[in-house]
Write a protein that binds this ligand. Structure first.
Ligand code: OAD
Length: 236
């Protein structure tokens, strides 16, 4: 089976009704990113940050995967698929994707403030008790915090993601402005001969030396076009 790796960003979930970050009207226009998505912001005002992610989590329960998520999941049966996502939502999993690497954490999980990547402190929040409160404790006794990788923190899942990209036959980038590293640097690990596609309705700044075929459409329409191309050029 050919190995197909997706790298997805906020645009993947835009058609599900979740705002992107940097488009006009995006989340970072409404909230100062350094206040709600950096480790310094969390130290300065943990209550504000916890409330911000409580709101995002409640919003996530109201949305469902879009056709694009479902088309990505549908390829699991014909390819060896890994989805590397910068998104903290669980819409790839809800659509049926089995192999998902979350680079920036997971909204439905909480962890320790002292040791956020300690697996024994990471818990999934039950759907009937979604909010984290000040005073809630992780297993190590520290304040429970969202399991999100904030600016200023390390990205432990980048290593497994690099290994996936290095062994990909086909790499498909969907809905990311490629502004945030190390995720944006993953493209440079594609081996020569790897087919690279980009699905995004807008222009995206990428290394012009990479042989990228840009499908200038939204995630769902773009996935339909990608599947047509794959079916013609890579008969399964
Ligand atoms: P951005 O908001 O930076 O980029 C979203 C991309 O999605 C843009 O290139 C849009 O053109 C594209 N887009 C918009 N609508 C789309 C659609 N219907 N279908 C496909 N693409 C569409 O989001 P990311 O690149 O994901 O990190 O942002 C990366 C990281 O920055 C996030 O994970 C988050 C943020 O700060 C943290 O919070 C740590």
């Amino acid at each position: 089976m050919k190995k197909l790796v997706f790298l997805t960003g906020a645009g993947m979930s835009a058609e599900s009704g979740i705002s992107t970050f940097r488009d006009s009207g995006g989340l970072w226009e409404q909230y100062p990113v350094e206040a709600v998505a950096s480790i310094e912001g969390y130290y300065r005002n943990p209550e504000l940050v916890i409330r911000f992610y409580n709101e995002r989590r409640r919003q996530l329960l109201e949305v469902t995967p879009c056709e694009g998520h479902r088309l990505v999941a549908g390829l699991d049966s014909s390819y060896d698929v890994t989805v590397v996502t910068q998104n903290v939502d669980n819409l790839h999993e809800k659509a049926g994707s089995h192999n998902v690497i979350h680079l920036h954490g997971e909204l439905m999980k909480a962890t320790s403030s002292r040791d956020p990547n300690n697996p024994s402190c990471i818990v999934t929040l039950p759907e009937d008790s979604l909010d984290i409160h000040m005073g809630d404790k992780a297993k190590d006794g520290s304040q429970l915090r969202p399991f999100i990788v904030w600016f200023g923190e390390s990205v432990p899942m980048i290593e497994p993601a690099i290994m996936e990209v290095q062994s990909a036959d086909i790499l498909v980038v969907i809905g990311t402005s490629l502004n945030v590293y190390p995720a944006a640097g993953l493209l440079s690990y594609a081996r020569s001969g790897c087919q690279i596609f980009l699905i995004d309705p807008n222009d995206v700044n990428f290394d012009p030396s990479l042989p990228i075929r840009h499908i200038k459409k939204g995630a769902s329409e773009g996935m339909k076009e990608l599947i047509q191309i794959l079916t013609c050029s890579n008969p399964i």
